[in-house]
Design a protein around this ligand. Sequence first.
Ligand code: C2O
Ligand code: CU
Length: 455
Amino acid sequence: MERREFLTLAAATAAAPLAWAQERRARALRAAPAKQALVGAGHPDTAVWAYDGSVPGPVLRYRQGERLRIEVGNALDADTTVHFHGIRLPNAMDGVPHLTQKPIARNGGKFLYEFDLPDAGTYWYHPHLGSPEQVGRGLYGALVVEERVPPAVDRDLVWVLSDWRLDREAKVVANFGNPRDASHAGRIGNTVTLNGAVRETLEVRAGERIRLRLINASNARIYGLKFEGHAPQVVALDGQPLAPHRPANDRVVLGPAERADLILDCAGAQGSTHRVIDDFYAGREYRLLELRYSNEPAVVRAASPVPRLAPNRIPDPDLAAAERHRVVFGGGMMGAMPDQREHKGLFWTVNGKPVHDGEHRHAPMLELRRNRSCLLELVNDTNWHHPIHLHGHVFRVLSRNGKPNPLQEWRDTVLLEPESRAEIAFVADNPGDWMFHCHVLEHQVTGMMAVVRVG
Ligand code: C2O
Ligand code: CU
């Protein structure tokens, strides 16, 4: 054998097992049109856009510290990307078109997402291009990163909450991004689904302990869930553990993109039923579903306190040394909307500027030195709710409306009430250009969006 040939062969054999192993570990995820029975009995199926054929997409499950490797294939007739919401990942894997990657081309494009999962918790994935329509038609799914030592529970359930604007034939009303929605509360639908269907019941067994991972995948709807006859405890918010506690008024409030992990102890009697209601919007309360207890004898388990999850290792900001910035969110109906002659179709501002969707190459709103602690005062100068999300980092919520926040929880999305303020702090330790935007998707694409650069 020629020496050259031998070397080539040797190199090929040496590389093969590694390449093969990596091939095997990449999971495919395909975005494509699909049909789904959202409303159920007596209603036609709805044409949706889905990952792997159903809404929500598959629950992607990993163990903390593992590497995610997913090749996204795009069979839609629209370009797309995937953003893994809440994960502290390298900038190139963040899924933001133009800013971090080229869009995945319609009708056959592919992109390999690959990164480590540093934090355990409940996360989710969704497109970051044409978001009002792509998310509104059903592209989203849960990403669960299990703790190295998960808490003892009888069942671990994921509830992806979403809402749809459907007509009488259960067809999606395609008025995405219309100015009325965009300048008010966003696209709020008329049909709420739990894991992709209108549900009647969840069967439970007396005495069981359930971990419930709630994910708000709606474009704009905020949920306020009450579990009648039960007192669930919140053990994590946006995937980040905190001291187990009952939420105020035993009501779990979730803004768009937010998550909550609950421990639900099924303390009801065999054969009993209890409503789970959503009464976030005054006067528009409805029943999400009913907890229906089976007649089986109660699960016997030693009484034990609600488990406290091990915290993720997130660097604590040094508040004394932190650089401080004020970020004002403005605009909207009944507010200081940008001049429509100059900024047609842009209704919202960040520090006075409306930023157009797709204009991700504009100058960053903030440039932070790497590893600096940073304290942001977020001011909602509008009459609307805004869930504000920062990519690539998680932050501590220090205060709300000038009062210290008793929970001091870590989050990646903070829901600002109308005319309110919050202070957040984090260590800017992840280099890159990161989106900072409202997660009411109709607000995001009509001005309420900015870029934070970490150098
Ligand atoms: Cu859930 Cu900028 O995204
Ligand atoms: Cu908003």
